[in-house]
Design a binder for this molecule. Structure first.
Ligand code: OOG
Ligand code: NI
Length: 473
């Protein structure tokens, strides 16, 4: 009997293969990785407490692994098959992101692992956007785009077979997994030749740069990969010094002592040589701008209550900001953001006690006082007695406002339009052929499992009303 490889290991193997491919295709990305490695090493040697925390949560082992990549697909069929492809690697659709309200004609999800044990093996996830042709105002261009997309197949025949095999057999052997990774990679590869004429490319591009990026090529090339940095402010300063053109501002929350959610920055997309073929077969040299490199710093996942506070403060700060963020107003933007976020508690004890953040609980080597044994106790009592410690549960998802900022800095300011329509999660799920999971429920489950493990290890019953973050919805 042949044994199946764990989907977590296939995902780890795939993310390494993707990283190698992207580094070979986009050398500047390799420079970014080196820069991040240096920043992380400096940060760890200067901060013992951080080094210990990362060791305790197991995060240290996955520090160098890329955290995410992104693709943009063109049709419901492509999205549905991508879902099955990621399924082979234990990645499911988590969350729904509406980008139309930010002027980008897509909606998105994140394909990722959901269990903390799986995330520890490989945190790799893919932000996956589906083009919303219905938002494109030019009806005849919309039809041409749909026709062009209908002609392509972004999957190799073999990867389709291996996906089906995985679904019917319940897994893949190592030899099959190797073949799967090689074939899956083909879907994400860059193509030097567009599938459209130079005229059509120009029409698509003038309507919306994203439309050209999705429609004019053979497949949904990976448009960036993103390693994790332990100090994104230091990395943002170091990027231009290393000759890497950084976007104007770091997206997400301002710098804090206790990082929350996600902060991101990127280097601007590169203009790359591409050939276009006219109807008469003549090849024209041109260029296309799509691929970039990004870095991220992740902090504690927020409960619904915490997320509402984050959204309120972010919106308030942005409401006072005039026009897009540029190099010229970047410092003022950050100062304004920090001023607004002064209202957000900035120590883990408070974030936990007020039910703002999700935490993971661990037993220490302090035994439970005999007086407490056999009773129902609260987490607070166990923490005060020193028997239980807690660490922030890392946010594993994305932020719609930040994602829009990343899109816009790589699509150019004029890539932005105003779309009257709004979110359409039901439409997205119909295209996907599946519902998307609620990310907040996943954090609550991980937190709950850690509490249950403490209770079992200590031989006590832990009162559930005390798990602040669960009560905060
Ligand atoms: C995706 C941009 C969003 C992120 O990290 O928020 C993103 C794209 O440009 O396709 O990757
Ligand atoms: Ni990204």
């Amino acid at each position: 009997m042949s044994t199946f490889v764990s989907p977590d290991l296939i995902r780890a193997q795939f993310s390494r293969a993707m990283s190698d491919m992207y580094r070979a295709e986009v050398p500047l990305y390799g420079n970014l990785i080196d820069l991040v490695g240096q920043v992380n090493a400096d940060t760890l040697s200067a901060d013992d407490a951080l080094a210990q925390q990362l060791t305790r949560t197991g995060e240290i082992d996955r520090l160098d692994a890329e955290r995410h990549g992104a693709i943009r697909v063109g049709t419901a069929d492509e999205l549905a098959t991508i879902r099955r492809l990621f399924g082979v690697m234990g990645m499911v659709a988590v969350g729904y992101y509406d980008l139309s309200s930010a002027g980008v004609p897509v909606h998105s999800t994140a394909f990722r692992a959901t269990h903390e044990d799986s995330l520890r093996v490989s945190p790799f996830r893919v932000f996956t956007s589906l083009l919303r042709l219905e938002l494109i105002g030019d009806v005849s261009l919309r039809a041409v785009a749909a026709e062009t997309l209908a002609k392509r197949d972004i999957f190799t025949p073999r990867v389709r077979e291996l996906i089906a095999l995985h679904e019917s057999a319940g897994g893949l052997t190592q030899a099959e997994a190797d073949e799967f990774v090689q074939n899956a990679l083909e879907t994400f590869r860059w193509h030097h030749t567009a599938t459209v004429s130079p005229e059509l490319y120009k029409q698509l591009h003038d309507e919306n740069r994203l439309l050209a990026d999705v429609v004019a090529f053979k497949g949904p090339h990976i448009n960036h990969l993103t390693p994790r940095t332990l100090d994104i402010d230091a990395a943002q300063v170091a990027m231009p010094l290393a000759g890497i053109a950084a976007k104007a501002v770091i997206e997400g929350p301002p710098p804090r002592s206790c990082p929350i959610l996600l902060r991101q920055t990127s280097f601007k997309a590169l203009e790359e040589a591409v050939n276009f073929t006219a109807a008469d077969g003549t090849v024209y040299a041109g260029s296309h701008t799509a691929r970039f490199g990004e870095i991220e710093q992740r902090g504690v996942a927020l409960t619904p209550k915490g997320r509402a506070l984050y959204d309120r403060l972010l919106n308030a700060a942005r409401a006072t900001q005039k026009g897009p963020t540029t190099d010229a107003n970047a410092q003022a933007y950050m100062a304004n953001l920090s001023a607004h976020f002064a209202a957000f508690p900035d120590d883990h004890a408070t974030l936990r006690a007020q039910g703002i953040g999700y935490y993971r609980y661990f037993t220490t080597d302090v035994a439970v006082p005999t007086a407490l044994k056999g009773d129902t106790v609260t987490l607070d009592v166990l923490i005060d007695a020193g028997c239980v410690a807690f660490e922030p549960l890392v946010y594993e998802d994305f932020l719609p406002v930040s994602a829009a900022g990343i899109f816009q800095s790589n699509l150019g300011e004029n890539g932005q339009s105003d779309y009257a329509t709004s979110a359409n999660q039901a439409g997205f799920q119909a295209a996907l052929g599946h519902t998307v999971l609620d990310e907040l429920a996943l954090y609550a489950e991980t937190q709950r499992r850690s509490v249950d493990a403490c209770a079992a290890a200590l031989g006590v019953t832990i009162a559930s009303e005390n798990i602040a973050a669960e009560a905060a919805a």
